[in-house]
Design a protein around this ligand. Structure first.
Ligand code: 13P
Length: 268
């Protein structure tokens, strides 16, 4: 992931990070990346492992990434336990997120540093989060708190993370209308550190918001809900009980969603 973010920075674009939880979805992501010859990040959030265990899904993701005709980074999204992060590293994930955003700053720093050490043994990169998005990856509503730029800069320097997720008015899931993002937060963070920034809650953010985020240093953009919605629509759109038609429809629908986003985020 480190290399992909560096390349994206040089090309003033962002790498799409697409959440998956089935083989059809991962095939859709890889097809899109190959068609557009643009590297992507294939990721799964820890919360999703309740339905698809990491040893199964992670191995399939590893194979999908290894066989792809473009570089594909393998990422654990919203890792909250060291055990899960360790398992992802053992499976060959090239980066992990430690989400300590609900913790006090000092504890978030201390735990993130531990994860940086763990990942360092594998040469893997680490993403962390500071500030709180209004809605979690599983849809739970929590108090939103925009990232404080001074805290973010101190956090980046003290932890040495490779990517930093910030809260600027973004939230996971479906927005009611186009969200208002606080780009001044991104600019203020960037003035004090050169850590690539990450936008969570990509679905429905608007093309203009994506472009403006990229101008202000966002180099990784997460898309999950759009993929899951396209998947559900594709399944419902197939008449009858032909599972294999559904499977093909899901892969095609995910390919379309991913291509649409890569075309906005920028092609390599
Ligand atoms: P969306 O589900 O809003 O696209 O957010 C994805 C995300 O940030 C995953 O961490």
């Amino acid at each position: 992931m480190r290399d992909l973010l560096r390349q994206a920075d040089a090309q003033k674009r962002a790498v799409g990070a697409f959440n998956v939880s089935t083989i059809e979805m991962m095939c859709g992501v890889v097809h899109a990346a190959e068609e557009l010859q643009t590297p992507v990040i294939l990721q799964v959030a820890q919360i999703r492992l309740a339905t698809t265990p990491l040893p199964l899904l992670g191995r399939a993701m590893y194979e999908a990434a290894s066989r792809a005709g473009v570089p594909v980074a393998l990422h654990l999204d919203h890792g909250t336990t060291f055990a899960c992060i360790q398992q992802a590293l053992d499976l060959g994930f090239t980066s992990v997120m430690f989400d300590g955003s609900a913790l006090e700053m000092e504890e978030n720093i201390a735990k993130t540093r531990q994860v940086v050490q763990m990942a360092g043994r594998y040469g893997a990169a680490v993403e962390a989060e500071i500030g709180s998005l209004g809605r979690t990856e599983s849809g739970e509503e929590v108090a939103a708190a925009y990232t404080n730029p001074e805290d973010a800069i101190a956090f980046a320097h003290e932890t040495g993370v490779d990517a930093l997720a910030v809260a600027i008015g973004n939230a996971h899931g479906v927005y009611a209308g186009t969200p208002t993002f606080h780009f001044e937060v991104l600019d203020a963070v960037r003035a004090g550190c050169d850590t690539p920034l990450v936008l969570h809650g990509g679905t429905g953010s608007s093309e203009a918001n994506f472009r403006r985020c990229i101008e202000s240093g966002v180099r990784k953009i997460n898309i999950a809900t759009a993929i899951f919605q396209a998947t559900a629509r594709a399944v419902h759109g197939v008449q009858g009980e032909d599972w294999f038609a559904m499977s093909r429809a899901v892969t095609d629908a995910v390919t379309d969603v991913v291509k649409e986003h890569i075309n906005i985020f920028g092609r390599a």
